[in-house]
Design a protein around this ligand. Structure first.
Ligand code: A2P
Ligand code: 11C
Length: 347
């Protein structure tokens, strides 16, 4: 007995992390189906020590599937998630395809697990940079109220997928050898111009949209309001790509409502908050970095300090592994919550 779980995008940066993390999940698992494009069909990957063959994703791939984890891009989710739901699967979608659909819960289990109870077959996993910010801010919001967020991100290249990571490594190698190099993917595969990321930073993630903000920035703004179910929180974001392999970092400025808020009070809240690890001690240079967060499920918070001018304004530094809590682990946590809330049935 146990669930039949499909991973769509099994060969990708997030998909491979999902396979690895399902291996140590508490979910009862009967069978894993690895799905990708036609290009990968027939290739092999391991789940724990068992060799599995990758299959091409088709509508019929979802026959007999209980839970389908999608991470193959928004277009694939739009095409196949409804097919999976039609065949009785619950879809946990790691793309932006359904996140702002009012009938689809957008879930960070530490923050709004209850939203899952109203699902119609699809549950959306938020954007990685949104997730870690929610894990850090929700406990502060519960205690002190939250009026405003201004965030600047320092996002790792693995967020843009396996091919972008390969591109950065090649550019770095060529630069070290004083050889010519080019750029084909970043800042966004969907945009016209491309710039090198190795030894550089790019103030563009995804393509530009309304008001001079990029889609990544709009995702952080809109998803925050939906997850916190509060349209009144003021949110603004600047999203930046840095030449880091994995681990998104964020400089987060917040304004809280409660006059009693202090740095020590915020530290006390975060010390016991679910999914958070406080690493905040300037005296011993304790603060998180992407390298120390890689491979971990927690969201790390440090550098908490009061704004110089604004009594109820606080700054902090928030780091998490974008492929783990930002993607694979949050999706698996959603699946584990569906199981523990009795919201999913074995066929
Ligand atoms: P494939 O390796 O066969 O192209 P990443 O997020 O690292 O860029 O990975 C994207 C994932 O999406 C890969 O697993 C990729 O599989 C998968 N993918 C791309 N196109 C399709 C498609 N048409 N059908 C199913 N999966 C796809
Ligand atoms: C990045 N946050 O780091 C993006 C990746 O909406 O799921 C995830 C995009 C998304 O490039």
């Amino acid at each position: 007995s146990g669930y039949t779980i499909a991973i769509v995008g099994a060969t990708g940066a997030v998909g491979t992390k999902m396979i690895e993390m399902l291996g140590s999940s508490s979910l009862p698992i009967n069978k894993i189906k690895l799905l990708a494009s036609k290009r990968s069909a027939g290739k092999k990957l391991y789940f724990n020590d068992v060799e599995l063959t990758i299959e091409e994703t088709t509508a019929d791939s979802f026959d007999g599937v209980d839970i389908a984890l999608f991470s193959a891009g928004g277009d694939i989710s739009k095409e196949f998630a409804p097919e999976a739901v039609k065949r009785g699967a619950i879809v946990i979608d790691n793309t932006s395809a359904y996140r702002m659909d009012p009938t689809v819960p957008l879930v960070v289990p530490e923050v709004n697990a209850d939203a899952m109870k109203n699902h119609n077959g699809i549950i959306a996993n938020p954007n990685c940079s949104t997730i870690q910010m929610m894990v850090a801010l929700q406990p502060i919001r519960k205690k002190y109220g939250l009026k405003r967020i201004i965030v600047s991100t320092y996002q790792a290249v693995s967020g843009a997928g396996a091919a972008a990571l390969e591109e950065m490594k090649e550019q770095a190698q060529h630069m070290l050898n004083d050889e010519p190099y080019d750029a084909k993917i970043l800042p966004s595969g969907g945009d016209k111009k491309h710039f090198p990321i190795a030894f550089n930073i790019l103030p563009q993630i995804d393509v530009f949209a309304e008001g001079g903000y990029t889609y990544e920035e709009w995702k952080m703004i809109n998803e925050t309001k939906k997850i916190m179910s509060d349209d009144h929180i003021k949110v603004s974001a600047t999203c930046v790509r840095v030449p880091v392999v994995s681990g998104h970092s964020e400089s987060v400025y917040i304004e809280v409502a409660d006059e009693s808020a202090t740095v020590a009070g915020i530290q006390d809240v975060l010390r016991i908050a679910p999914g958070v690890e406080l690493q905040d001690d300037p005296a011993t240079q304790l603060y998180p970095t992407p390298l120390t967060a890689v491979g971990k499920k927690e969201t790390f918070v440090g550098r908490i300090r009061q704004d110089v001018d604004e009594k109820l304004g606080f700054h902090m530094w928030v780091v998490s592994d974008n492929l783990v809590k930002g993607a694979a682990w949050n999706s698996i946590q959603i699946a584990e919550s569906l199981h523990s809330l009795d919201l999913v049935k074995e066929k």
